[in-house]
Design a protein. Structure first.
Length: 212
């Protein structure tokens, strides 16, 4: 929240400064504008807009549309159903992907069988986890780059990763809840664990041991 307060102050401060400069400059003294002042105006306006975008993104989370659509694109009214029936089955493209690549995990009714999902080999479980990440988490998190999950989970234990996947909204109220089966949370955890970066060498881990 401290960072958000700084961004709000920056937004209002830069906006006020630009308004004052526009009044004293182009409005009162049109000949005052030069190439340098134009670049300064543009830079300050861009910074104010960028700060405003960060604030806008922050204040609406965990929603896209407050109270209706979560940040991962799931409608609030669908959460209970997806938790009972599965996220992979609940999405058109996720179900098509699983049915096309891993038809053996489907039951007679063409639905994803959670037990068969966990029976997949490790590399295939991670691939299904990657698909879950792409559709469930990728709206806010990349693997590398902006808000990278590989860095956010740096040095985390498997149990901590799984706890964060099962209840992300308990880790941070900015995050929407997990909208899938417990078995899907395990598969997603497999993938997140595979991309998570280790502790920097030499740092003492929470367990008291020295990282590699």
């Amino acid at each position: 929240m401290a960072a958000l307060n700084v961004l709000v102050a920056l937004l209002f401060g830069l906006t006020l400064l630009v308004v004052v400069m526009v009044y004293l400059g182009p409005y009162r003294n049109p000949n005052w504008i030069s190439r340098g002042s134009a670049i300064l105006f543009f830079s300050m306006g861009f910074a104010a807009t960028a700060a405003g975008e960060f604030v806008r993104e922050a204040v609406r989370k965990p929603y896209i549309v407050y109270g209706a659509i979560l940040g991962n694109g799931v409608r609030v009214s669908e959460v209970t159903k997806l938790r009972a029936e599965g996220y992979l089955d609940g999405g058109i493209w996720t179900h098509i992907y699983v049915a096309d690549h891993y038809p053996r995990v489907l039951d007679r009714n063409g639905r994803v069988n959670a037990e068969k999902l966990l029976a997949l080999p490790d590399d295939e479980r991670k691939e299904v986890g990657r698909v879950l990440f792409q559709y469930h988490c990728n709206d806010c998190h990349a693997v590398e780059g902006y808000s990278a999950v590989s860095q956010l989970t740096r040095g985390w234990t498997r149990s901590l990763i799984e706890a964060a996947v099962i209840a992300p909204d308990a880790m941070s109220y900015f995050m929407p809840p997990f909208c899938g089966l417990p078995e899907e949370a395990v598969v997603l955890s497999d993938y997140v664990e595979s991309v998570s970066q280790p502790y920097p060498p030499g740092l003492v881990q929470p367990s008291g041991g020295i990282s590699r």
